[in-house]
Write a protein that binds this ligand. Structure first.
Ligand SMILES: C[C@@]1(CC(=O)O)c2cc3[nH]c(cc4nc(cc5[nH]c(cc(n2)[C@H]1CCC(=O)O)[C@@](C)(CC(=O)O)[C@@H]5CCC(=O)O)C(CC(=O)O)=C4CCC(=O)O)c(CCC(=O)O)c3CC(=O)O
Ligand SMILES: NC(=O)C1=CN([C@@H]2O[C@H](COP(=O)(O)OP(=O)(O)OC[C@H]3O[C@@H](n4cnc5c(N)ncnc54)[C@H](O)[C@@H]3O)[C@@H](O)[C@H]2O)C=CC1
Length: 196
């Protein structure tokens, strides 16, 4: 049984009134190591939000989206320029602080991560990353293509004038979450327009 599957995954099925809901929190991840495996469109979005929250981000992928490349260029993201491989010594290129030294020879590569997000376009690789992250004791694990394998889900976020509003569909309809978030954003701007 996969982690969290008893409740349909942390952000999976939440149908009946008796089903447990995901526990909503605001996490302090400043200075924590976040490893994103995959470097495409989805990775670019996750990297941006991890950076906004002050995480130290390492991306493992043979290719990266221009938005990630830009952050690598600016020294804000460490890039391990190769396909994911279990147990690799992932001493991150481009930054030598302890946070991105993911392991020495023999260490499980992901062991120092606080958050791991698997978002390659290969389901087998994503599943392997989730497996390795669990084995390494990583606290927070997300498979962007499979909520049932995740123990947390990403949410749509809008911020305005000291307010943060987050929207979730329990993993069921991410586009709906984005659309509702966009409406809330417009509404918050309208409200603040009236207030002034
Ligand atoms: C479960 C979850 C896992 C997680 O990422 O944690 C997940 C999973 C999946 N998303 C899929 C598709 C898309 N997701 C987006 C966008 C967002 N997805 C986000 C979150 C989540 N997505 C989590 C649940 C959120 C919730 O509970 O509602 C947002 C809110 C936050 C963020 O990513 O930062 C962000 C909006 C950002 C914003 O603008 O605010 C778009 C683009 C769009 O809509 O613009 C598309 C293309 C839509 C299309 O194709 O129509 C697929 C199908 C993939 C496939 O078919 O291959 C899966 C897999 C599956 O559902 O099984
Ligand atoms: N959670 C979410 O918000 C969403 C999730 N998805 C899912 O996320 C996955 C990725 O989608 P996109 O980013 O649009 O794909 P993409 O094609 O833009 O990017 C895939 C990335 O994975 C990398 N990759 C491939 N094999 C790899 C390996 N062995 N090791 C490391 N990196 C590897 C590629 O180099 C590329 O950078 C898809 O499976 C899709 O189902 C899609 C849309 C939204």
């Amino acid at each position: 049984m996969t982690e969290g599957s008893a409740s349909g995954g942390a952000n999976g099925d939440v149908d009946g009134a008796e089903s447990p809901r995901p526990y909503p929190v605001n996490l302090d991840i400043r200075g924590r190591l976040a490893v994103v495996v995959g470097g495409g469109h989805v990775a670019a979005r996750k990297v941006a939000s991890l950076l906004r929250s002050g995480a130290h981000v390492t991306v493992i992928s043979p290719a990266i989206d221009p938005r990630i490349a830009d952050e690598v260029e600016r020294g804000r993201v460490a890039w391990v320029d190769k396909p994911y491989k279990s147990g690799d010594n992932l001493f991150a290129a481009g930054r030598d602080d302890d946070q991105t030294d993911l392991g020495h020879d023999g260490d499980a590569g992901l062991a120092r991560a606080f958050i791991v997000i698997a978002c390659t376009d290969d389901p087998a690789v994503n599943a392997l990353v989730v497996h390795d992250a669990r084995a390494a004791g990583v606290p927070l694990i997300n498979n962007a293509a499979d909520p049932v394998q995740s123990n947390f889900g990403n949410v749509a976020v809008t911020e305005h004038d000291g307010l943060m509003v987050t929207v979730s569909t329990y993993g069921k309809d991410p586009s709906r979450a984005r659309k509702v978030k966009e409406r809330i954003t417009r509404w918050l701007w309208e409200l603040s327009g009236r207030a002034t």
